[in-house]
Design a protein around this ligand. Structure first.
Ligand code: SAM
Length: 200
């Protein structure tokens, strides 16, 4: 696969935006852990914000949030929730340089084609200020595939992810935690939670 995004996956979110928004639940534990490491009012970019629940939480805590999603329909759902416009931004269109103290990417970079992930991670790293923090989560596995809803996943192993992050540049720390969860497709999965800090 050479496209910088997966059209079938985006079509799924375009066609199911309202239903996905209704399903989305607040899981603030990891988000609060992430926010606790940032200065008050820090500038945060959210990638693949979906229905906007995490951006709503960050905004309510006083952070300066830029919510974005690659699907115009999902962005519209998030705009409804947040009461303000939400940008349509595909990961590979991210072009910011040293603007953010934090980048939050929950359950979205798992849709990036395997051969494109290094480039997207490098873009995220470039968008961070020195010392900035980056969280992303992935469904674990040992090679790309689609779920029963036809969504593409890169299904990484921990070692493969570490290689992709290293390919993107230097991080002063990189921690990976795993837990079990159930996705929108009702399947139990192992989630890899990756928190990386850009070197100062
Ligand atoms: N982060 C939200 C959450 O935790 O509920 C949404 C997660 S949902 C599983 C994945 C999101 O990634 C969808 O909203 C989808 O539109 C977005 N997405 C998929 N591919 C994308 C791409 N190439 N660029 C930007 N967003 C993308």
């Amino acid at each position: 696969m050479t496209d910088a995004f997966d059209p079938e996956t985006l079509a799924f979110y375009q066609g199911n935006a309202a239903d996905y928004a209704a399903w989305s639940k607040h899981r603030h534990l990891r988000l609060n852990q992430f926010l606790a490491l940032l200065p008050a009012g820090a500038a945060i970019l959210e990638l693949g914000c979906g229905a906007g629940a995490d951006s709503a939480h960050m905004l309510a805590q006083g952070f300066d949030v830029r919510p974005t999603d690659g699907s115009p329909q999902m962005a519209a759902q998030a705009a409804l929730k947040l009461g303000r416009p939400v940008e349509t931004l595909l990961f590979h269109q991210l072009d910011a340089e040293a603007l953010y103290e934090g980048v939050w990417a929950n359950a979205c970079l798992l849709h990036v084609p395997r051969d494109q992930l290094g480039d997207v991670l490098a873009r995220v790293r470039r968008a961070l200020k020195p010392g900035g923090l980056f969280y992303a989560s992935y469904k674990a596995g040992d090679g790309e595939g689609r779920d029963k809803l036809a969504r593409y996943y890169n299904y990484p192993s921990e070692d493969w992810l570490r290689e992709r992050y290293a390919e993107a540049g230097t991080w002063s720390s990189l921690a990976i935690e795993a837990n079990r969860d159930v996705g929108y497709d009702n399947e139990a999965v192992t989630i890899l939670h990756v928190t990386a800090q850009k070197a100062n």
